[in-house]
Write a protein that binds this ligand. Structure first.
Ligand code: NDP
Length: 505
């Protein structure tokens, strides 16, 4: 029986659901299906916690978050085991994911004050009598809805940054990884002593209830389709949202690239986590003069890779069973339309595991090039030059990440790609740099986690103008006269009246 078949439907009266191992189908945990009333109660409790938490100093919050970070770090192997059980990903991958998340907790907690604290800004000549300041205040309670593919790293991009900014958080993990969510909330309570960060579990309906439970912001990570539903629900109450959705990221290879490194990155980007990575590599465009050498290198490396349940396997199972059919349909469509599988192919799609698949000669308007596959497959296409590579890279509705391999033109090419993030001569490296914002454009969503933008995302700017001395002209008073208005006009002419003529070419 597949995981999905074993789940109660949303109409059910069941009060619990089971979390299963995608590798074996074994039950690894039983969790409550929280109802809309229970979700509302969790948000109400979080609001009380938010009052306490937001009143602490940045330093005090840093200390609490550091205590939590310490507990997670000391129990890294235990967390990795829960992640491994629920997603099937190899232990080493789970450790790496959790390690990156820990780094983000440290960065968010350590930089919140610098980024968000009150600071003076210039008040301008017209308002020279004012002292102007801006600070970033917490929103209150943030609802975080997370996916299963990176059940620690991905939601932590919202959880850690929202907490560091002074908010309480209610987290709804994916129904495939509830145990990971509960583990995080349990260790937080143990470290901090108060449930400023809490978890509600259940199916999609529980997530939907969170969007209507009166939170001050929803941070959603998941598919574009669910993102649209979340946004529609939030629109009813004008609740702001961050949407971190899917991608169809490309890697481009210029003729001066280190081909071995590019092939290594393309393979890892496409197949790590069995291809279930939002910013994974799904398409590769290679300069025609190095195409054959690149492809030969990629094929050679891919042959050494396998997905199965044995201890030496570099890839785990496909976590969500219904994804197998999507992967199969993308490969089938590519092959039917003239594409060739130089590694893998339709036979690569098993009952639980998918072996690496490299597709060439695939038409650009096929499913495997346009839609998110979310499996260990990649299309490789030959391009005339980097202009064509950029044009094809930009020809999707997504715009999450991208990769450029070029010695001479990395920065130039990166700047021309329409995506929220680009790695040059490395792959997905931007996700591990805590000071860089993470997020996309187009169907990949909007808003940012990570970095200063990620901290500000969970705040509202508070602007204050304080009068230091009486103004020379009473501009914002009914005492203003015609003479004042003339003085204002002269002043504006002096300040802004020159240099407006655009020189003729
Ligand atoms: P889904 O969109 O299926 O689910 C995401 C979350 O939304 C889950 O917790 C899900 O709960 C919940 N949910 C489902 N229905 C609703 C609803 N009506 N209202 C509110 N919440 C709801 O995505 P997946 O879990 O399958 O994750 C994979 C997707 O996530 C891929 O498209 C991937 O690209 C994207 N992703 C994007 C990232 C980014 O940072 N841009 C990072 C990681 C993944 P339940 O599981 O219980 O149904």
């Amino acid at each position: 029986m597949t995981q999905t078949e074993n789940r109660p439907t949303t109409e059910t009266t069941a009060t619990t659901f089971e979390s299963l191992s995608p590798a074996t189908g074994d039950v690894v945990g039983t969790h409550p299906i929280h109802t809309a009333e229970e979700v509302e109660a969790a948000v109400a409790r979080a609001r009380e916690e938010a009052a306490w938490w937001s009143a602490l100093s940045y330093d005090e919050r840093d200390q609490h978050l550091s205590a939590w970070k310490g507990v997670i770090t000391r129990r890294l192997a235990q967390l990795a085991e829960v992640m491994h059980q629920e997603t099937g990903k190899p232990h080493g991958d789970a450790m790496l994911e959790a390690a990156l998340a820990i780094d983000h907790i440290a960065w968010a907690a350590g930089h919140a004050e610098k980024v968000l604290k009150r600071r003076k800004v210039p008040s301008g000549l017209l308002m020279a009598n004012q002292s102007a300041t801006v600070e970033y205040r917490p929103l209150g309670v943030v609802g975080v809805i997370g996916p299963w593919n990176y059940p620690v790293f991905t939601p932590m991009g919202s959880i850690a940054y929202a907490l560091a900014a002074g908010n309480a958080v209610v987290f709804k993990p994916s129904e495939f990884t509830p145990g990971v969510g509960e583990w995080l909330a349990r260790t937080f309570l143990e470290s901090v002593g108060r449930p400023v960060f809490s978890v509600v579990t259940g199916l999609g309906e529980t997530g939907a209830a969170l969007t209507r439970a009166g939170v001050d912001k929803i941070a959603f990570t998941g598919s574009t389709e669910t993102g649209k539903r979340v946004m529609a629900a939030c629109a009813e109450t004008l609740t702001p949202v961050v949407i971190e959705a899917g991608g169809k990221d490309a890697l481009i290879v210029d003729l001066d690239a280190d081909l071995d490194a590019a092939a290594d990155a393309a393979l890892w980007g496409a197949c790590a986590n069995a291809g279930q990575t939002c910013a994974g590599v799904e398409r590769v465009y290679v300069h025609e003069r190095v195409y054959d050498d690149f492809l030969a290198s990629l094929i050679g490396k891919a042959r050494g890779l396998r997905a199965d349940g044995t201890s030496g396997a570099q890839m785990g199972p496909i976590t969500m069973p219904k994804q197998l059919e999507i992967i199969r349909s993308h490969i089938a469509d590519a092959l039917e339309r003239g594409g060739r599988a130089v590694v893998g192919g339709l036979d690569a799609v098993g009952d639980r595991y998918v072996q690496p698949t490299i597709l060439v000669d695939v038409p650009e308007d096929s499913l495997a090039v346009q839609e998110e596959t979310f499996g260990p497959t990649v299309t490789v296409a030959k391009v005339r030059d980097m202009d064509e590579a950029i044009e094809l890279t930009n020809a999707t509705r997504y715009g999450l990440g991208s990769t450029v391999f070029s010695k001479a033109r990395g920065m130039e090419l990166a700047g021309r790609i329409r995506s929220g993030m680009t790695a040059i001569n490395g792959v997905i490296t931007f996700a591990g740099v805590p000071s860089l914002p993470f997020g996309g454009v187009g169907d990949s969503g909007f808003g940012r986690i990570h970095g200063p933008d990620g901290l500000r995302e969970f705040t509202y700017p508070k602007a204050i103008a304080r009068q230091r001395f009486k103004p020379l002209m009473p501009l914002t008073s009914f005492r203003r006269t015609e003479k004042h208005e003339q003085q204002l006009a002269s002043m504006m002419t002096m300040l802004h009246g020159r240099g407006t003529t655009i020189p003729k070419p």
